[in-house]
Design a protein around this ligand. Sequence first.
Ligand code: SF4
Length: 374
Amino acid sequence: MSIEQGPIRPPSEAESLFIRVTRNCPWNKCLFCPAYKGQKFSRRTVQEIKEDINFLKEAAVKVKAYALRLGSGVHITRETMELIYRQEPSLFHVAFWLYRGGKNVFLQDADNLVMPAEQLAEVISYLKEHFPTVERITTYARAKTVSRRSVSELKMLQEAGLSRVHIGLETGHDPLLLYMRKGVTAEEHIRAGLKIKEAGLSLSEYVVLGLGGRQMWREHALDTARVLSIIDPHFIRVRTLSMREGIPLLEKVQSGEFQPLKDDEIVREERLFLDNLTGTGYFISDHILNLLEEVEGSLFHDKPAMIGVIDRYLDMPAEKRVNFRLGRRLGVYRYLRDMGDAGRYSQMEALRKRLQEEGRDEDEFLEEYRGRYL
Ligand code: SF4
């Protein structure tokens, strides 16, 4: 016997325990999103989810029994995990979760608030009863769905133990929301975000850098800043548009209807966005696709420093920017400061010069690499 798992979780939930509440996405039409294409949405019953929680509880008890056998009390050590990996690999993900603290749970999939609030609250309460040491329970939700929920329904979820809602804002520019078939307006995004905060839940909003393309980049930056400045979520997370196989937007790129921005143009868009953004939340670039991962900090305290990072990049000569982009995309650099490592810098210089000699287009080369990540 095992439990159902969904395919997606936010980067910040990498070490959380996953419990699937619904399957796939009830909307599933966004042009830029590859996540659940071809997968049909369905709800799971409260009973099915409770059975998964029971299974996880039993697994946690078994994992702790391994730890006791090894003499480490109830503490899960590397040795405990190695033994479980060898003897009972089906327990490994629960063992890893407990090893990392066992505090966070992420409810899958894309829009769990479609479930009646009483049922979702019942699931969350059941989870808390079975894992009383869990401190954070989070979920994705669509703003459209949240905008239809009352604050008292959201409060019921908060009181049951839900801590945070992750929402894909993507953009605050209405024509772009329409073009990308997001199925929600900027006004509904604002209503949903404010309700979540009013209910006492933590709110994490996602923005897609580059989503406006050449046609709408400026409006995308300005309206997204406007909408998020009104909502003032606890977290703003950016991720960069990626032209991967399987996303419907690719067809529009191939036909020339949508013209994607290049790396440096996306960085300029990010600068305009950040410059116009106000609030008290925390800005995070925690995705491998983002060029400048170190653009991170409190909007209230660190905005000048974050813009400073962007300016430092944009002020570099063109060859150095290419050097950094190559290093970042190939996993040789993580931060701008990594260019100070002479070995890595010359390795990327050699690659840059080779591409130049071969007459290869750097942007195409980088785009190809960017498409390999999610
Ligand atoms: S609502 Fe979210 S998960 Fe569903 S298609 Fe749009 S971006 Fe993808």
